[in-house]
Design a protein around this ligand. Structure first.
Ligand code: G3P
Ligand code: MG
Length: 358
């Protein structure tokens, strides 16, 4: 489909404000709603103020994650075209890779997410364990899990790419298989290339780079960014100090914000009975300023939500219910600062942002 995106002027009068919400640390702590998050979303729905969810979380099809979110957030009736997960933009990679190894999350949900995007052959670490349990001597998968969730595959068929959709559940197994493939002969498991390089034998794409995230524990937990550090350090050791040449999506990357920008526009066009004008990953600037006077990114992590929103040209509002804590700006003066300020929670962030941009 040709993308007529860049030739489209908005046929609807501009709207004062739209929001993009981070999920973990803003709306939820894992599966527990943060106080006033439900009230905030219901206020926006009642007042027809458009918003989307832009999360570095993932590991599920958008449909399954959406049903879970609507259940946890008391049926605020969030729609599928309001949800951008860490790997949602990676569906555009189906024209580059056929045979992919998808890392992280839980079976069968994460495999289904990649299949749902259209990748022709989706493998998981559990399949490599089934093929040869000695691939990692301390495998954590049970026989029942292997029997239930693994598929057979031809080990003589090379893997085209590794995509990390979410945090690993068996980090030992995942690290071993990933480093085997990054240093393999052209993506063939069980082989080893006879040279060192900063270029891996097959590409690896991470869906976020969060060192920390706000879960259901007193202090933030390691995220996919911590896993990436482990992979990069091991790769460097195996390649005489050569740094791994890898790719990262997710916040704060511009690709994820550009994709979310189009999701927001398309959602607003749908609410105004206008057809979708399609979205691609290629036009990396913001077009939402044709539809909204202000788009406000509300997040809890200065390194992802605020840095990414600022860089993309959105307004940003930082909340204290997640990773960020008072005093962090004094500890790290390079942390990205929110354009609209720091707020106690998502309710204050929304109400005061509306006031500020009115
Ligand atoms: O795995 C989720 C975590 O990295 C952060 O998610 O919703 O705060 O972007 P979120
Ligand atoms: Mg967060």
């Amino acid at each position: 489909t040709t993308c007529n995106f860049i030739n489209h002027k908005s046929p609807i009068p501009k709207t004062p404000i739209a929001f993009a919400f981070d999920i973990d640390g803003v709306l939820l702590h894992s599966k527990t709603p943060i106080p006033k998050a439900i009230e905030t979303l219901k206020y926006l729905k009642t007042n027809k103020i458009p918003f989307i969810l832009l999360t570095n979380g993932g590991g599920y099809t958008e449909k399954i994650r959406l049903d879970s979110l609507n259940n946890l957030l008391s049926n605020t009736n969030i729609e599928i075209d309001q949800l951008v997960q860490s790997h949602t933009p990676m569906k555009y990679l189906t024209n580059k890779f056929n045979n992919v190894l998808v890392i992280g999350g839980i079976d069968p949900f994460t495999r289904d997410a990649a299949i749902n995007y259209g990748f022709k052959k989706v493998l998981r670490p559990i399949d490599f364990v089934k093929e040869n349990p000695n691939i990692w001597p301390f495998v954590k998968y049970s026989k029942e899990e292997i029997d239930k969730y693994s598929i057979s595959f031809n080990i003589n068929e090379p893997i085209d790419a590794i995509m990390v959709f979410n945090d690993p559940r068996d980090m030992g197994t995942d690290l071993q298989i990933i480093l085997d493939l990054l240093c393999s002969k052209n993506g063939l498991i069980g082989t080893k290339r006879d040279y060192i390089s900063n270029k891996p034998s097959i590409p690896i794409i991470f869906s976020n780079n969060d060192l920390l995230w706000s879960a259901n524990y007193k202090i933030p937990r390691f995220g996919q960014g911590a896993f990436r550090i482990a992979i990069r350090e091991l790769y460097k050791e195996l390649n005489n100090g050569n740094e791994l040449n890898d790719t990262v999506y997710g916040k704060p990357q511009i690709e994820s914000y550009a994709f979310a920008d189009k999701v927001l526009i398309d959602y607003w066009r749908k609410l105004n009975n206008l057809k979708s004008i399609g979205s691609e990953l290629t036009f990396l600037q913001s077009y939402s300023n044709e539809y909204f006077d202000n788009v406000v990114m509300v997040g809890d992590n200065p390194k992802s939500d605020i840095a990414g929103g600022n860089n993309f040209g959105w307004e940003t509002a930082l909340v204290k219910t997640g990773v960020y804590k008072d005093g962090d700006f004094e500890i790290d003066r390079n942390l990205a600062k929110p354009t609209l300020g720091v707020f106690n929670d998502v309710y204050d962030a929304v109400m005061q942002s509306i006031e500020k941009v009115r």
